[in-house]
Design a protein around this ligand. Structure first.
Ligand code: CIZ
Ligand code: SF4
Length: 304
């Protein structure tokens, strides 16, 4: 069944001039069928480069929206309609407009985990891979900075840059679910392991890290490190790619495992359906796109 599904996906992908982009967190079988696996920024850059006419995005909605904003002329499909990000949903454009009104002098830095409408209200976008760089290189003249929506990424970035932010009380429920005890227990069982933590984790967990990095940063670190064992504090989907790229290294699991249900919604059947039926098409209103593209393009130019 899986083999037939894969064959059908390959046939449809060719016939429809489509590419499949998968986030580091989606299930292994989806990563395996994808043309590219990466973080939201890397995938959007791939989307911009591709000659393909259709992009099947396997991840969550804000990522597919970002791809659509960058390539408005392509058809962007989100393989699973209901795959969203609870953190992105914690702030709306309306809420951000109100915050901006309370702080009229402040520039707005938005995490990529936001809706197109929130990006449209922002001056600059960032990912977990480049938040520190964005603040250090593009916001030195800003007296006040609003950072939305992740209070934990904001707190990590504040520590790294020495800046203070007006923060939103958003957070990722999945990364916030990782408790210091979980990391300490893994370290007790694997004392030699390097602890690598995502900046969406709480400051108490970040405190325990040997390294703090985004998913792409983590992959690079694991590849280049001389260490043989790693405790990876982020969504477990990334472990598939890490094990594949580093078959000689060991990855010590956290207990309980770190699973984002939204990232697990996409499976081979969703990818097949997306290609066959042309669903679920992502649209971004022209007025919103024209505003949102500025914050994204500024980030892409700066991160080169
Ligand atoms: O930017 C991304 O893809 C996310 C959500 C996390 C990461 O660290 O790559
Ligand atoms: Fe959103 Fe967290 Fe899931 Fe990433 S892991 S999609 S930030 S809820």
């Amino acid at each position: 069944m899986e083999r037939e599904l894969r064959a059908e996906i390959n046939r449809l992908r060719k016939g429809k001039k489509a590419i499949i982009l998968a986030h580091n967190y989606v299930p292994p079988e989806v990563q395996e069928i994808a043309d590219f696996v990466g973080d939201s920024l890397g995938l959007s850059i791939e989307a911009a480069k591709t000659q393909a006419e259709v992009i099947v995005f396997c991840g969550v909605r804000f990522m597919a929206e970002t791809a659509k904003i960058i390539c408005p002329d392509k058809t962007v499909l989100l393989a699973e309609k209901e795959a969203g990000c609870p953190m992105a949903d914690m702030i709306t454009a309306e809420m951000l407009r109100k915050l901006k009104k309370d702080h009229p002098q402040a520039a707005v830095l938005c995490y990529v985990n936001t809706s197109a409408e929130v990006k449209a209200e922002s001056d600059l976008c960032c990912t977990s891979a480049n938040a520190v760089k964005m603040v250090n290189e593009a916001m030195t003249n800003e007296k006040e900075i609003i950072f939305v929506p992740d209070k934990y990424l904001a707190s990590y970035t504040a520590k790294q840059t020495g800046r203070t932010f007006i923060v939103w009380e958003g957070y990722c429920p999945i990364h916030a679910g990782i408790k210091p005890e979980h990391v300490k227990e893994a370290k007790r069982l694997h004392p030699q392991a390097l602890v690598v933590v995502h900046p969406e984790c709480t400051p108490e967990v970040v405190e325990l890290a040997d390294h703090v990095a985004s998913t792409e940063g983590m992959c690079q670190l694991v590849r280049e490190s001389a260490a043989q064992e790693f405790i990876i504090a982020t969504e477990e989907g990334i472990l598939h790619r890490m094990r594949k790229e580093n078959p000689e290294k060991a990855f010590c699991p956290l207990d309980p495992p770190v699973i984002c249900p939204d990232m697990k919604k996409t499976n081979l059947l969703s990818v097949y359906r997306a290609l066959k039926e042309g669903v679920y098409e992502i649209t971004v209103a022209e007025g919103v796109r024209n505003q949102a593209i500025r914050a994204i393009e500024r980030m892409i130019t700066l991160s080169r």
